[in-house]
Design a binder for this molecule. Sequence first.
Ligand SMILES: Cc1cc2nc3c(=O)[nH]c(=O)nc-3n(C[C@H](O)[C@H](O)[C@H](O)COP(=O)(O)OP(=O)(O)OC[C@H]3O[C@@H](n4cnc5c(N)ncnc54)[C@H](O)[C@@H]3O)c2cc1C
Length: 196
Amino acid sequence: MQIELLAVTEKAEELIEFAARVCYRSHAGAQEGSAGKFIARLLAMGHESPLEHACATFHLQGCSRAMTHQLVRHRLMSVSQQSQRYVTEAGFEYVTPPALDKEDGREYDRDMETIRAMYAKWKARGLKNEDARFVLPNACASTLVITANFREFRHIFRLRCARHAQWEIREACTRMLRLLQPRAPAVFADLMELID
Ligand SMILES: Cc1cc2nc3c(=O)[nH]c(=O)nc-3n(C[C@H](O)[C@H](O)[C@H](O)COP(=O)(O)OP(=O)(O)OC[C@H]3O[C@@H](n4cnc5c(N)ncnc54)[C@H](O)[C@@H]3O)c2cc1C
């Protein structure tokens, strides 16, 4: 899996502080470096809506469709995912669960070869991509770009970095959290305990 942080709101914490201080008419209290403490107070109060003014965009590649199906359920996230209608899955890449040992891994590879052959067979018989894809596995690798605001990312990370989350979505969200936290330390600090 490859994950890249494509874009993040500049001076995100200062922007969140500015927006939230509008609520309290307290801009006089804003100083160099005051945003972190101010945001910590917002979070402690449960006043999370100012976090919606900052957002981030990630590019994820080499994730299974099993994982992306879970990720894209988050409704406040914007998603652009590689299509299985417009892009052929001939010779598709796939993700292997780490639970498989070497021997099982070889059998799994053979299964994937069988499915590649099934896909090729149906394409050769004239099916369009949109129908041939019915035989594809959840393991099929996908690529997507996602954008969400910081409030939604906090929600996603809280659920998906949890220890009982499924391994692949946990890995993806853990890596996204590690990339995002340095860009807005106060916003994501409390979530680091989920992954440290
Ligand atoms: C451990 C776990 C197990 C799961 N198991 C299953 C399963 O077996 N089957 C299944 O179908 N799904 C399952 N899901 C997915 C889950 O049902 C949600 O689809 C997913 O978590 C995304 O929705 P969300 O409510 O978390 O928040 P998001 O869609 O990310 O939205 C963020 C927040 O916005 C608010 N919000 C968004 N939309 C609405 C709305 N329409 N009305 C009111 N408030 C809204 C809510 O406060 C929500 O928490 C599972 C998720 C987890 C974390």
